[in-house]
Design a protein around this ligand. Structure first.
Ligand code: FAD
Ligand code: MG
Ligand code: MG
Ligand code: MG
Ligand code: MG
Length: 555
């Protein structure tokens, strides 16, 4: 039944409230949030129901605006400008929120407890490790993000830079400047200077491409003036395993980016896999060949995608999700097989329900008079509900340029006139089975994490209201009447800054724009998306400073 989720949610809430009614009559419901990244921050910013007591646990007492991390690597923006202390964010709330600088090391859903370790050792313990403690919860919100995936390639750990946290960006910046200083020392051979100034980027996704663009700008704009004797020795190589860089973007953008890198003298190696990295050399293998080539390098940035954190891997094993790639939730962001635990952002994935699995129930609901067939009139009545519950229907309609649901069904009947068409359950199933092919996992982006955090906060804001009034099956459409529609992602577009004040933008409706104008759009959107006026002012002044004075090359 297309209402299953709502009912189950209402049930879960009611039974939970009964179980806790006695013990917690006067106490507030305890919400524990793990993580202060995009998903956690967005949840905290949007939560405004004072009936909760909220505890935030994260080893990092600040939020990082990750889209600007690549700008920090070469000094376009200062690290301090893109972080916001979490205590600044929570102090503005009228609700009871506390923060604990610790890492969650184990989740125990049976006893509704988490185990934590303080991020820093306290004075009165002799051990170097932080103290351990436990925290109980009524609701647990897991937003711990993901970690870099090395695919167990030998030598990656220890020889490569990653770009995930603010410290990573600062380290890269120091290393870039160090490379130019080292290469400028006397008594080095040309070969040695070349090796030091060979920058390798593994992974042609947005992060790798943006870093290459930043580095290239730094070389063209600042190195030229600051290190004139070595500028001509710099080499940037991008290694990508698939056939194109930026392959998640529109083909026009991929083509433009590859062309620009070619003109900039960035060496893009497509269809190339890294097999091993040693202290001095990086080994690669071209697709379909057995030959390994080794090249000396000075610095490597590894950015090939994400994997799950050990905490999440363990938790998935505990709850029987051991064979999945990310923590699976339903469309309400509730972890499957685990009550009162929610997961969102990069650590989680939504297990979107197939239309075909529910076909009998959908059919029954539409066929109100039990005649065994559906007419156009009957399914137009449930059309909106089905589309809202199963977003793949909408994606299918878009891809086929079909105007509405009725067209999908008439198609199955071989162009019969719409008014006269009647479908049996088998025909209904055949017609709808095609739409499931359009199901897609949401990308691991800040945009998704941010929208999920806001969505979940809204559900929590209205949870009590729903407990008092666990109305029957709520309708999907018509705002206000139903409490918990499933999470729906709105794609607002994606940017790929390419360096040289040029950015590629892919906006909704297949709108692609590349060049200086989208660079300005990028500046204005990224300024407006800052979490506070403080970071907004800092970021904008960093941009202006760089325009006027160039980058700061000390470190
Ligand atoms: P995160 O933001 O990674 O937050 C995870 C939080 O959990 C952190 O605070 C961490 O300290 C904490 N944590 C970790 N382990 C534990 C633990 N055991 N216990 C408690 N807390 C823990 N997305 C876009 O949409 N647009 C972009 O332009 C873009 N650019 C990017 C550029 C870079 C360089 C990177 C690295 C990412 C970029 N992304 C971008 C992706 C985006 O940053 C992620 O999708 C987003 O951060 C995911 O949010 P999250 O809350 O799931 O995880
Ligand atoms: Mg988070
Ligand atoms: Mg973040
Ligand atoms: Mg993350
Ligand atoms: Mg996700």
């Amino acid at each position: 039944n297309s209402n299953r989720g709502h009912v189950a949610h209402a049930d879960a809430i009611t039974s939970n409230s009964i179980a806790h009614a006695d013990a917690n009559a006067s106490k507030k419901k305890k919400v524990v949030v793990l993580g202060t990244g995009w998903a956690g921050m967005s949840f905290l910013k949007n939560l405004n129901n004072s009936t909760y007591e909220v505890k935030v646990v994260s080893p990092r007492n600040f939020f990082v605006f990750t889209p600007l991390l690549p700008s920090v690597t070469c000094g376009k923006v200062e690290a301090r400008s893109i972080v916001e202390p979490i205590r600044n964010i929570i102090r503005k709330k009228n609700i009871n929120v506390s923060y604990c600088e610790a890492e969650c090391i184990k989740i125990d859903p049976a006893s509704k407890k988490i185990y934590c370790r303080a991020a820093r050792a306290t004075l009165n313990t002799n051990s170097k490790q932080g103290e351990e403690f436990e925290v109980g919860y009524d609701y647990l919100i897991i937003a711990v993000g993901a970690q870099v995936n090395t695919f167990n390639t030998p030598g990656v750990e220890g020889n490569c830079h990653f770009l995930k946290e603010i410290e990573d960006a600062q380290k890269i910046r120091r290393n870039v400047i160090e490379s130019f200083e080292k290469a400028s020392l006397p008594n080095l051979s040309e070969e040695e200077r070349k090796k030091i100034l060979h920058f390798v980027v593994v992974g042609g996704g947005p992060t790798g491409v943006e870093f290459s663009g930043e580095l290239c700008d730094f070389v063209n704009e600042d190195v030229l003036k600051l290190y004139p004797t070595v500028q001509h020795l710099v080499k940037i190589t991008v290694i990508e395993a698939t056939d194109h860089i930026l392959n998640m973007f529109d083909k026009r953008i991929t083509k433009f980016a590859e062309g620009k890198f070619l003109r900039d003298d960035i060496d893009v190696k497509l269809g190339s896999m890294v097999t091993k990295i040693t202290e001095n050399e990086i080994s690669t293998k071209a697709k379909g060949s057995d030959k390994t080539t080794s090249t000396p390098y000075g610095m490597v940035l590894w950015s090939t995608g994400i994997g799950q954190r050990p905490l999440i891997k363990d938790f998935m094993k505990q709850i029987g999700q051991g064979n999945r790639r990310a923590l699976a939730t339903d469309e309400w962001l509730r972890v499957e097989g685990c009550d009162n635990v929610y997961a969102l952002g990069d650590c989680a994935t939504i297990n979107q329900r197939k239309v075909v699995e529910d076909i009998a129930e959908i059919f029954k609901r539409a066929d109100k008079d039990n005649s065994g067939t559906l007419t156009v009139k009957k399914f137009t009545e449930i059309m909106d509900d089905v589309i809202a519950r199963y977003p793949q229907v909408k994606l299918y309609m878009k891809s086929k340029r079909v105007r509405n649901f009725v067209d999908i069904l008439t198609e199955a009947k071989g162009n019969a006139a719409k008014e006269t068409i009647e479908l049996s359950i088998e025909e209904f199933k055949t017609a709808l089975s095609v739409v499931d092919s359009k199901m897609k996992n949401l990308p691991a982006t800040a945009q998704v994490a941010n929208q999920q955090g806001a969505y979940l906060a809204k559900c929590f804001n209205r949870m009590e209201e729903c407990e008092k009034n666990p109305e029957g099956p709520p309708r999907f459409r018509g705002t206000g009447r139903h409490r918990f529609h499933p999470f729906r992602y709105r794609h607002l577009g994606q940017f790929a800054p390419l360096g040289g004040e040029k950015t590629a933008a892919q906006l909704p409706g297949d709108w692609v724009s590349i060049g200086h104008s989208s660079q300005w759009l990028w500046y204005s959107i990224y300024a407006s998306k800052q979490v506070s006026w403080r970071t907004r002012a800092l970021v904008v002044s960093d941009w202006i400073r760089r325009f006027i004075f160039g980058r700061d090359a000390s470190g």
